[in-house]
Write a protein of this length. Structure first.
Length: 276
């Protein structure tokens, strides 16, 4: 019995050494209020828990749908800063490729030239830049947006394809942009800390020869703390073919997501934030 226990511990340690993609957010729980992520009603069967790491620090957390090659949601703390948006290439996630010691997002060509991955290995595991090159009336929409981050490194870290979905171009540059840049600022006034979870409901269409799903809806939820206590919360959702955003209570958003996902009652903040 003791020998079996030691073998289990050893196997666990070896696995942890390979990757940050593990079946939980145990390396980055700080991006969720009270360190509790949404319940499993949002989680697809073939998913990956990613602690998004860049420049030796965790920047946000993402639940990724390996089959549809889009994020289910990204969770972060709202910390906008008036810094210039960085000019950067979109990253991919080496942790999704298989067992390796690379814990940070990286560019495709570096993984191929310096770490000896093949392009096919990368492409089989996740979306790649090639998937987004021939889209029409769609843009690369990031769930954790650069405008909600407080440093150049944190802003840069949002430009990864594991944080990206095909988003309607008019919505991307129109009302969703207004929600991210103006509505969030207004609603967060007086908040000490604002936790955000932004997600995408899978749709019935795809791009790049059915490789990457086009979401039917984009949604976002926020829990605002005054001091250390929840003060207020809200939600927003948009159909991904219309330039229109609806805002309402957190409870109303959860009810809407429960209907859209149809996998059971959706709870985003462990019932800890105001629902009304």
């Amino acid at each position: 019995m003791l020998r079996l226990l030691l073998l289990q511990v050893l196997a666990s340690c070896l696995w942890l050494g390979h990757s940050e993609v593990v079946p939980s957010f145990r390396s980055c729980p700080q991006f969720f209020y009270e360190e509790v992520p949404p319940n499993d009603s949002l989680r697809p069967e073939n998913s990956a828990w990613i602690c998004q790491r860049y420049s030796n620090s965790y920047r946000y957390a993402t639940l990724y749908d390996r089959e549809k090659r889009i994020p289910v949601y990204s969770a972060y703390i709202y910390q906008p800063a008036t810094l210039k948006r960085p000019h950067t290439w979109f990253f991919v996630e080496p942790q999704l490729i298989g067992k390796n010691n690379l814990k940070e997002m990286e560019r495709e060509w570096i993984l191929i030239d310096q770490h000896k991955f093949t392009f096919d290995q990368i492409k089989q595991s996740q979306a790649v830049l090639e998937d987004y090159e021939k889209m029409t009336r769609l843009d690369r929409g990031t769930l954790s947006p650069s405008c909600h981050q407080d440093s150049i490194d944190s802003k840069t870290a949002t430009f990864t394809l594991t944080n990206t979905v095909p988003q309607d171009s008019s919505l991307y540059t129109g009302q969703w942009n207004t929600y991210e840049s103006e509505t969030m600022r207004e609603k967060s006034k007086g908040c000490t800390t604002t936790y955000v979870i932004t997600g995408a409901v899978p749709g019935n269409t795809s791009v790049s020869e059915n490789r990457v799903n086009v979401p039917s809806h984009i949604w976002s939820a926020a829990c605002c703390l005054r001091g250390t206590q929840p003060w207020k919360a809200w939600g927003a959702i948009a159909e991904n073919n219309k330039n229109q955003v609806e805002t309402f209570s957190l409870g109303e958003l959860e009810d809407r997501l429960t209907e859209l996902y149809d996998r059971g009652t959706v709870t985003l903040f462990n019932n800890a934030c105001p629902r009304q």
